[in-house]
Design a protein around this ligand. Structure first.
Ligand SMILES: [Zn+2]
Ligand SMILES: [Zn+2]
Ligand SMILES: [Zn+2]
Length: 363
């Protein structure tokens, strides 16, 4: 783990080196192109506050809904497909091109995007915090997957099984995925089962992973508002695409954490508090970005552009982490899921009509 963290750090430093060198020179404001000096106006802060409030409300609503209704598997997969497509589209069609418009070199933007992808990939790999859909704690030690992890499980850890009722995790045979019934094994099980569906989750891992995930969403939002504020956007809703993607994605995060806590025996009040804590990470991320930019007097050249490219990578990785398991493990409703996925991507593309068009041109 430390090796991969070091790898990301090296990536980030390599990318940031020219920026840092520029930032330490005495006459920094003359080096920075005029468009790069970026301050947040009162109106932008107000807009960010409105976005943040809506996102926090959406998160709370998502957590609250989980205690009211049980979404069917197909409905939740459909939502995941649509929002995944939207996030993918926002990352590819908007965040990345907008980062280039700020005057950032394409190779530099590509570097930041790779940092975002790798950072989010490692976060998900080590902390296993990003599961949407039904989660339940497995207590069955006879479970072939449970046995694999049982010796490793620490006191604060939970063994979580994805997909209600799926106890067969061997993927060497041909399988079909029923609508609610989990996996059905068709071929004879192999002697050494390998398991894709069970992960050892720890509350600490979820806490760190989900907090950073939401914090980064808030920063992406602030950077998007900053970047678009120099252009004419319909109703001056700067950063609307990023806002929409985060707004629709957050309830799914809230749903996964509250349903996990519910099966872990936490009561409604505890679930609400933890969910609220996670939701508040978004305004905190936005605030940190605004304060950082304001404190530096807008002098860190390319901070907004770099953050946009980094966020493009984060959005792409998060979207694919939701979409790829669906493709691999869910053989049902393929036409419906593909249609809503394309719908999400199309919606992201269409959001360019709210913008002036300059945002998609190189300066
Ligand atoms: Zn755009
Ligand atoms: Zn998420
Ligand atoms: Zn399925």
């Amino acid at each position: 783990m430390s090796v991969s963290m070091a790898f990301v750090l090296v990536l980030v430093l390599l990318n940031a080196a020219p920026v840092l060198a520029q930032g330490t020179s005495a006459d920094v404001l003359r080096v920075v192109p005029s468009g790069e000096v970026q301050q947040f106006s009162g109106r932008m802060v107000l807009l960010l506050s409105g976005y943040s409030a809506a996102i926090v409300l959406a998160s709370l609503l998502g957590g609250w809904l989980s205690s009211l209704v049980n979404l069917t598997h197909t409905v939740s997969q459909t939502i995941i497909s649509f929002v995944g497509g939207l996030m993918l589209g926002i990352g590819v069609f908007h965040l990345f091109p907008h980062s280039l418009h700020g005057g950032q070199a394409a190779s530099e933007a590509a570097g930041w995007m790779m940092c975002g992808i790798v950072a989010m990939f490692l976060l998900i790999r080590w902390f296993h915090f990003h599961h949407h859909g039904p989660l339940e704690i497995s207590t069955d030690r006879e479970d072939p997957c449970a046995g694999q992890h049982a010796d490793k499980s620490a006191g604060s850890s939970l063994l979580v099984q994805l997909g209600a009722g799926s106890t067969v995790c061997d993927h060497t045979g041909e399988q079909v995925h029923g609508d609610h019934g989990g996996l059905v094994q068709r071929a004879a099980p192999a002697t050494a089962p390998h398991c894709h569906h069970a992960h050892q989750l720890s509350w600490v891992g979820i806490l760190i992973g989900l907090s950073l995930h939401t914090l980064l969403d808030g920063m992406a939002l602030a950077a998007s508002v900053a970047a678009e504020s120099r252009h004419s956007v319909l109703f001056s809703l700067f950063g609307f695409g990023t806002f929409l993607a985060v707004l629709l994605h957050k309830p799914m995060d809230a749903l996964s954490i509250t349903s996990l806590m519910k099966s872990g025996g936490w009561n409604a009040r505890q679930r609400f508090r933890v969910n609220l804590g996670f939701a508040l990470m978004c305004p905190l991320g936005a605030l940190l970005f605004v304060l950082g930019l304001t404190a530096s007097g807008g002098a860190v050249a390319g901070a907004v552009s770099g953050m946009l490219a980094f966020s493009a990578g984060v959005f792409i990785c998060i979207a694919l982490s939701d979409l790829l398991p669906e493709m691999e493990f869910h053989a049902h409703n393929r036409l419906q899921l593909t249609t809503v996925l394309l719908g999400g991507i199309l919606l992201a593309w269409c959001l360019r009509f709210l913008e002036s068009g300059q945002l998609h041109q190189l300066r």
